[in-house]
Design a binder for this molecule. Structure first.
Ligand SMILES: Cc1ncc(COP(=O)(O)O)c(C=O)c1O
Length: 357
């Protein structure tokens, strides 16, 4: 006899994990939008320094980390929620805001976790297609908001397309929505966006009491494995996401590492610069090959394969040890999403792509 699972389990899509194909040599892992930059050495030291305290539980209020983030961004510490990655905060937000009968609006294709939020909570997902330039169609999204809408997700820059919208358009969009609707502006890649200063979305929090910004240490900070993300929004939002989660989800090592990482934000500018160089280089190379791509403001490109078979291209890249993400698993067949790695990894990708095409 098998176990009897909750009915909602059948609705929850599996997160499309990157495939690690059989390959004898070292893989070029360009599938998960991580950065190739190692954690800052001081961050590693700060983590090591905490190892001997692991007989104790972590600080459930994450007070020091919240204060550091609040201090850096000039917001009250009570408005900052910390999560085991920003993913945990997305799930907690869904837990706190959604339920059967409620609606959730987001663009599609976008971050592959969003459909899970509806499936898990029993809320109805309204997926609004991106426009012809692979950007959020905010007007179309606004038209989908009803009295049942509890949450609207805006991913800027958008994963998997890398496209970004100007903040003033997002500002006007939020202003046009009813106040009971929580707008989660997912800024996981905001540091790579050269169209805006990463801090320029903060003043929107003063203007819109229903806005939550979502950020992460997983991308530009190079700490994806540590699992720390944060949200800034109304105090009631922080209280709500804390209420639905276990108190110890952010480990002692994660809290210590993130605190130290905030002391080295100067380093981030160098990382962004290097990423932008790779982005420009990659876009030139793609154009030379006649491959159309979305206009990226992130650390990855969304590349159209035209009429080529996605599976064949993916398999041919994998055979050469290059792992990217296929569009089929991300909501649009006939595309690949390639994360920028080191210059050497990117060259490997391009050589494998030439062979694949
Ligand atoms: C748009 C977006 N939001 C959030 C996340 C979650 O990141 P983490 O849970 O590592 O903070 C990701 C990760 O890929 C992402 O692409």
């Amino acid at each position: 006899m098998s176990l009897e699972y909750a009915a909602r389990l059948r609705r929850i899509p599996s997160y499309p994990v990157a495939q690690t194909y059989e390959f004898g040599g070292e893989l070029a892992k360009l599938a998960s939008n991580e950065t190739p930059f190692a954690p800052h050495p001081a961050v590693l030291e700060a983590i090591e320094a905490q190892v001997r305290t692991l007989n104790r539980y972590p600080d459930p209020s994450k007070a020091r980390l919240r204060e550091k983030i609040a201090g850096r961004l000039g917001v009250p510490a009570g408005t900052v929620a910390i999560g085991n990655g920003s993913c945990e905060l997305l799930f907690a937000a869904a837990d706190a805001l959604l339920e059967p009968g409620a609606e959730l609006v987001y663009a599609w294709p976008s971050f592959s976790v969003y459909p899970q939020l509806a499936a898990q909570s029993g809320a109805r997902a309204i997926e609004v297609p991106l426009d012809s330039e692979h950007r959020h169609d905010l007007e179309a999204m606004a038209r989908e908001v009803t009295v049942a809408t509890r949450m609207v997700l805006v991913c800027n820059p958008n994963n998997p397309t890398g496209t970004a919208l100007p903040l003033d358009e997002i500002d006007a969009f939020i202003g046009s929505l009813p106040r009971h609707v929580a707008v989660l502006l997912d800024e996981a890649y905001v540091e790579f966006n050269t169209l805006q200063d990463p801090d320029s979305s903060l003043p929107l929090l003063q203007k819109h009491a229903n806005l939550v910004l979502l950020r992460t240490f997983s991308k530009v900070y190079g700490l994806a494995g540590l699992r720390v993300g944060y949200a800034i929004g109304p105090e009631s939002f922080r209280a709500a996401v804390d209420q639905v989660r276990q108190p110890f989800s952010v480990s002692t090592l994660a809290q210590a590492g993130a605190i130290e990482a905030l002391r080295h934000v100067d380093e981030l500018e160098r990382r962004v610069e290097r990423t932008v160089i790779e982005r420009v280089g990659m876009e030139d190379e793609l154009a030379d090959r006649g491959l159309a791509h979305a206009e990226s403001q992130a650390n990855f490109s969304w590349v159209s394969l035209g009429d080529r078979d996605e599976d064949e291209v993916m398999a041919a890249l994998a055979k050469r040890g290059v792992i990217v993400r296929g569009g089929k698993s991300l909501g649009a067949e006939g595309f690949i999403r390639v994360t920028y790695g080191t210059a050497e990894e990117n060259r490997r990708f391009l050589a494998a792509l030439d062979a694949a095409l």
